[in-house]
Design a protein around this ligand. Structure first.
Ligand SMILES: Cc1cc2nc3c(=O)[nH]c(=O)nc-3n(C[C@H](O)[C@H](O)[C@H](O)COP(=O)(O)O)c2cc1C
Length: 153
């Protein structure tokens, strides 16, 4: 059985909801998944096949707690596959933002890792309630993970 942990933080709840969906999807595929809130927990302990790290974007930046978690666990994370997702709404502002999200939002987390992540993915966040784009993004992200590990979805 594959074992994963989702390390996330949130201000208004959407990244927590999304992390729960990712957990549910992977568990349906037979994975064992735990959730860990950055800021509450500082040290990554246990044996994992995958660490998923997720942060919302506020004022152009991922949350400090998530960045600090990566910094504090930099050595441990260099020996485990890491997948990153950023919850944001920048894609609402036009097609030019795709590369912007990648370099600016995802890059801000990616550059803290010693070894490159296996997958990075932007997920559409929300202000009041989630829409179809979020669901689609979460499905795509999980599919990339399962493809990487050679299972079907
Ligand atoms: C005050 C505020 C600032 C935000 N700044 C950004 C931003 O700079 N770029 C972006 O793409 N989305 C921005 N967003 C959208 C959030 O990333 C989105 O609402 C996300 O779902 C929030 O995650 P959370 O519910 O886990 O805290 C902002 C939202 C708020 C409320």
């Amino acid at each position: 059985m594959k074992k994963a942990v989702i390390v996330y933080d949130t201000k208004r709840g959407s990244t927590e909801t999304i992390s729960g969906w990712i957990k549910d999807f992977l568990e349906k595929e037979g994975w064992q998944v735990s959730l860990l809130r950055a800021g509450e927990e500082r040290k990554l302990e246990g044996n994992y096949d995958l660490v998923i790290i997720g942060s919302p974007i506020y004022y152009e930046k991922p949350l400090k707690s998530v960045k600090e978690f990566i910094e504090q666990n930099r050595e441990t994370l260099s020996s485990i596959p890491v997948a990153i997702f950023v919850v944001n709404m920048a894609d609402l502002f036009g097609h030019l933002t795709e590369s912007y999200i990648k370099t600016r939002y995802i890059g801000a987390l990616e550059k803290l890792l010693k070894t490159p992540p296996i997958i990075t993915y932007p997920i559409r966040g929300w202000l009041r309630k989630p829409g179809q784009k979020t669901e689609k993004d979460v499905g795509e992200f999980v599919k990339l993970i399962l493809d990487h590990f050679g299972s079907t979805f």
